[in-house]
Write a protein of this length. Structure first.
Length: 253
């Protein structure tokens, strides 16, 4: 029935948010020695790993958490989408896949912080994680657009619109990864402009939410996404403060 369908979708959304929370905890844990990053950036790779940095085992464990959660979320969402003819599976599968994309983006952020803290950030991965995150954000946005245009059923509205704004969160995470790559052993005069990216993604979510709230007056299919987008915009704005702190901490005085 409708009540069980709503609980089914809500349960999967909460699970996806829990996965993101677990991944964010690894970002916080890996940032415990953040002050080593500008110190390592001022030196060279031959200086080796600082004594104060965590061990290679701990660093690999921190990276493994978002990797494993990404695999779990991807397998689970694909399993749901295999029965996409069932509306709750269709909605939950697409939204969980978007939340999994955020977990995958956090792999790049955690790996960048861990390797820069341990002074093992290689030239091969200097821009690799930037490409990885921007790719995931773009795929998520395109997936949302595809969901919206592939059907005329009202059930497509919530997952399609939410996927687009989950892509905006991926772009906000990209600003953090990009900033860390830009200032690693080089000078970038535009580094202090990077924190504006999550501001733009926040405004996109909020403006879209306002338009959808008006459309919800005539079509209730827009009611849920218009409210969810306000929360996603708030997430983007909180990332602005974090990126600003990163920019201030990594800036060369």
């Amino acid at each position: 029935n409708d009540v069980m369908a709503d609980e089914f979708v809500a349960g999967h959304v909460i699970f996806g948010v829990g996965m993101i929370a677990a991944c964010v905890s690894t970002v916080a844990a890996s940032s415990g020695h953040f002050l080593l990053i500008p110190k390592n950036a001022a030196g060279s790779k031959s200086d080796g790993t600082p004594v104060q940095a965590y061990s290679s085992l701990i660093g690999n464990c921190l990276i493994a958490v978002p990797v494993l959660l990404t695999l779990l979320g991807f397998i689970w969402s694909i399993t749901l989408l295999r029965s996409a003819d069932i509306t709750p599976h269709y909605v939950a599968g697409h939204v969980l896949l978007g939340l999994t994309a955020i977990c995958a983006c956090l792999i790049g952020l955690v790996a960048t912080i861990v390797h820069q803290t341990r002074n093992t950030f290689s030239s091969k991965e200097h821009w690799l994680w930037c490409y990885w995150v921007i790719f995931l954000g773009s795929i998520t946005v395109l997936q949302g657009i595809y969901v919206l245009v592939s059907s005329d059923a009202s059930a497509r509205l919530a997952p399609g619109i939410i996927l687009i704004c989950l892509g905006m969160i991926c772009y906000s995470i990209f600003s953090k990864v990009w900033l860390l790559a830009l200032v690693w052993r080089r000078t970038c005069s535009l580094a202090n402009r990077i924190p504006m990216i999550p501001v733009f993604t926040c405004l996109f979510c909020l403006f879209l939410a306002s338009f959808l709230a008006e459309m919800a007056q005539t079509d209730m299919g827009y009611f849920i996404p218009s409210r969810v987008l306000v929360g996603l915009g708030a997430v983007c704005f909180t990332l602005f403060s974090i990126v600003s702190i990163l920019e201030a901490g990594s800036a060369k005085k």
